[in-house]
Design a protein around this ligand. Structure first.
Ligand code: LLP
Length: 416
């Protein structure tokens, strides 16, 4: 177990979380190197009989040590901005293992991707294909391009993280895709490298994947019949994880669907998992500032806020919250809230938890994905430290931002 109790104290691998809290202060993110490695390995093992590349979706967690850990394991990267591409390359991921998705890439970002000769740019509109062609012609090169198609499949997940329906902004309309492939095939600056799809995140059922991948297989065959032969099939990310009582499909079950729908095509399969690689590998540790009772309601006020972890406020997401030191006393029902001046700054409502007083530590579990990477400095709260544990050792892999650093880009106009 990577996060586990030992004599009533919560540990990350071989390290007592209280010890890290004493050194770096709270709140802080803590990542388990072993969990990260295992989650990534599960994909590799499941896809072992394919020619495949696991392109970790950097948006889930952009920490350099996290990305570097996966880079050392041979991972590729799915990036959605020039900034993420920069981090991926700094982490040592070779350009020919990087895919670039996103509905609104700027010309400057596209130019950087073309110059780096990345594995493929997943273009999401006719206009983007045209821009890529023009930039490539100007540079005198051919850009590797895939079309990200929108298969109009319901991922059966939270509305804010559904991406593969017609009404979502993502990808090329299914009915236009074929025509656009034909047009792009005649563009001098473009090498058609593949096809891409991503239908949503936190999927708990493989059937939407099956529907989407079956449609993709049909499209690849149709294109091939016309002489448009693609090397890569990029299936996006989206496999869910267990935050509470969910039963997400395993990587093996997912790979079975890939095999059944696309296996016969013998293509290079790319997957872009984010959450299922880093989600369970990270926690957010926070200290109780105070407790109070209003009417019949108990509140536990902690020092982390929605600027540090926005998922509960933004998606009503459930995160299990555990006391770092378990006392084994009878639980009560409480709201666990942050210090931010907004009623939405709530990590858990009516949660059953053992009573904890000021100074006690709580661990917000499964916070490795879309935690630190979505954090902000709202209320001028510094970005919190990130710590990585490996066995008995640990390292601060991003320090807390200081007020000076936070102000460093500010400047007064000359009239003040
Ligand atoms: N590929 C593309 C093109 C994506 O848009 C995403 C996620 C992924 C891969 C990775 O998906 P994953 O394996 O992590 O499900 N902030 C939200 C999740 C947003 C997902 C955005 N796209 C949350 O905290 O639930």
């Amino acid at each position: 177990m990577c996060f586990h109790y030992h004599n009533g104290e919560l540990y990350a691998e071989g390290v007592d979380l209280k010890k890290i809290a004493r050194e770096v202060g709270t709140p802080f993110y803590c990542y388990s190197s072993e969990k990260l490695t295992r989650n990534f390995e599960a994909y590799r093992r499941a896809l072992a009989d394919f020619h495949s590349t696991v392109c970790y979706s950097v948006k889930a967690n952009t920490n350099l040590a996290v990305v570097s850990t996966l880079a050392r394991m041979g991972g590729g990267a799915d990036v959605v901005s020039a900034g993420e591409m920069y981090v991926a390359m700094k982490a040592g991921i070779p350009a020919d293992k990087i895919v670039f998705s996103g509905v609104g890439k700027t010309a400057a970002e596209l130019e950087a991707a073309i110059k780096n000769q990345i594995l493929q740019i997943n273009a999401e509109s006719a206009a983007e294909v045209e821009t890529i062609n023009q930039i490539a012609l100007r540079l005198g090169v051919k850009a590797n391009v895939a079309l990200r198609v929108n298969p109009d499949v319901d991922a059966l997940t939270h509305v804010k993280i559904t991406t593969g329906k017609k009404e979502n902004k993502f990808g090329v309309d299914w009915d236009d895709a074929h025509r656009l492939y034909r047009e792009a095939a005649n563009m001098e600056g473009i090498r058609l490298a593949g096809i891409a799809v991503h239908i949503g995140s936190q999927l708990l059922d493989v059937e939407p994947f099956r529907l989407a991948f079956t449609k993709i297989a049909g499209m690849v065959r149709e294109l091939e019949a016309e002489g448009i032969v693609l090397d890569n099939i990029d299936l996006g990310g989206g496999l869910g994880i267990n935050y509470n009582v969910e039963l997400p499909p395993t990587c093996a079950a997912y790979a079975d669907v890939v095999r059944e729908t696309l296996g016969a095509l013998n293509k290079h399969i790319i997957v872009e998992p984010g959450r299922s690689v880093v989600g369970s590998a990270g926690i957010l540790v926070t200290e109780v500032i105070c407790t109070k009772k209003m009417g019949s309601k108990n509140f536990i006020v902690v020092d982390a806020g929605f600027n540090d972890l926005v998922r509960p406020a933004m998606y009503d997401a459930w995160h299990t919250i555990l006391p770092v030191s378990k006392k084994g006393v009878a639980p009560l029902i409480a709201d666990i809230v942050g210090p931010i001046c907004e009623s939405g700054d709530v990590f858990a409502k009516d949660r059953i938890i053992e009573p904890v007083q000021a100074g006690r530590l709580l661990a917000i579990m499964c916070a490795g994905a879309y935690g630190a990477s979505m954090s902000s400095v709202y209320n001028f709260r510094p970005l919190v430290p990130e710590v990585m544990v490996r066995g008995e050792e640990y390292a601060v892999v991003r320090k807390r931002t200081s007020y000076e650093e936070m102000l460093s880009g500010h400047a007064l106009p000359q009239w003040l």
